[in-house]
Ligand binder design. Sequence first.
Ligand code: CU
Length: 530
Amino acid sequence: MSAVVDTHGQAHGDDHGYHPSGIMRWITTTNHKDIGTLYLWFSFTMFMIGGAMAMVIRLELFSPGLQWVNPDFFNQMTTMHGLIMVFGAIMPAFVGFANWQIPMMIGAPDMAFARLNNWSFWLLPFAASLLVISFFTPGGAPGVGWTMYAPLTVQMGVGMDLTIFAVHLLGMSSIMGSINIITTILNLRAPGMTLMRMPLFCWTWLITAYLLVAAMPVLAGAVTMTLTDRHFGTSFFNAAGGGDPVLYQHIFWFFGHPEVYIIALPAFGVISQVIPAFSRKPLFGYASMVYATSAIAILSFIVWAHHMYTVGMPVAGQLFFMYATTLIAVPTGVKVFNWVATMWRGSLSFETPMLFAVGFVFLFTLGGMTGLVLSLAAVDIQLHDTYYVVAHFHYVMAIGAVFAGYAGVYFWFPKWTGKMYDETLGKWHFWLSVVFINITFFVQHFSGLAGMPRRVPDYPLMFETWNKISSIGAFGFGIAQFLFLYIIIKAIRSGEQAPERPWEGADSLEWTHLPTPAPHHSFHTPPVLK
Ligand code: CU
């Protein structure tokens, strides 16, 4: 097989002269850049849909009592908000980055399995459609929470089955994408590109891909057992039939905790590219970053029951999961230390990508700190299912992962499109986002400590002030994201020509152990696969 990639990012290989345009180009594309673009636009679309659901949630919680939606629909909103944001928005965003960047970073002409790559992406719209269609089935979407705990799932209507099939499709997509990433990194590196010379983003994705291959089938098993409990007379999670609903929680969280790092590790990878570039220094402690990432990945498989301290676990079990969980703070601390040490005495500049990256380091660490608080079994039993938990994981996800995503888009946008975005508007996008999202989630620590339960559409009067502040922050953050859409469309349509090295001497390849190629080497003169 031979494939050549021209400067417009179009692949010309064994395609027998087939060059579709318009919609057919996007449906049939096997080009990693096209597929990366598809992933990123899909991700942003899902981000806005999941965000609209968050707006419904915050609107209802603006005041005590029931104003806008009934409790059942509220539960459907929290469920679909979670599923869509995790599987539809955040994960595909980082797969989009992987598609764009990994082949260019390691000097490969494309992903290893180009057609599998196409199929990995095109499963996603079908999965998302199943989730949306579930709203229009009798009984609506399942209001069971994104964790889909048994035995509640058994009572739900056909919307539950659609959700289960959606999870199957999402899992297939992730597993195929991971196989592609692992194979590409292990087999298609350019000569001289040893593993320990790869940009750290490639390392974090290599490790994430192994996490996905190990964790996604476990989730598929959990929802398949739910399916057979619902329709085929099994009793995996039904105590009346000899099963155990707590078994579901064990299986789900054996997937669910690694899932946290499936999201976080690629975010760490993006940050590890952006911070060295805007510090004009190589990443501090490259090897320790690789080992810390691996350590986090391994530890992530032995901490799952810290989500289940209240199920009646023996004290010995609580202690094991508590100590194992607190241990993760060590490699995570190594990473934060290295990012700060990279900036230390660097030639810093604060364009939009760096602002989002520094915001990430500070706010993700804050979310990590509350994670440490929640890892303590004695504390967690008090805070379980309160808004303190909601605040914690939104600092890690809604702020951490999303900020890393924005850092990556602004950082690589000039390289991807050859155009510059409006830096002033980009900075506005950052400052509006960082202010409003902290207004949204910081106060939830307080309502949570005061005992406000999560996943409830109504609450006592005493929680009203914190909820009003939180809702105002959420509306502001939501509106600010339209500014991002405007910035991107404006840049694509009428952005200025991007300079060869948009970041004043800094370049993502330059500072990350590549054997100093010409800037944008693989963008303009890609290697040819024989
Ligand atoms: Cu966890």
